[in-house]
Design a protein around this ligand. Sequence first.
Ligand SMILES: [Zn+2]
Length: 100
Amino acid sequence: MRITCPCCGERDYGEFSIYGDASRQRPHMDETDFETWYDYVFIRPNPKGRHQEFWQHIQGCRQWLVVDRDTVTHEVYGVALARDVVTLPDPPKGKKGGAK
Ligand SMILES: [Zn+2]
């Protein structure tokens, strides 16, 4: 499988590490609900087919990427810098602000 890093160009997937589903949103740092954190940290879906994943170019620029690919065919549909496509979560209800 080949991944086209936005910074370095096309590379073999062995230069990257996968970090899982990019569609899941990390809870806000002020979140105190145990179940919310448990689900985020330990419950891992294993989707079949096209979906988005976090990858890091560990043997290149070390940038975090969101790779849109098919887990069955390994076809890559697109790659973007994670910082350009990931949004930060809202604080939990009933709390103000949070880390800046
Ligand atoms: Zn790179």
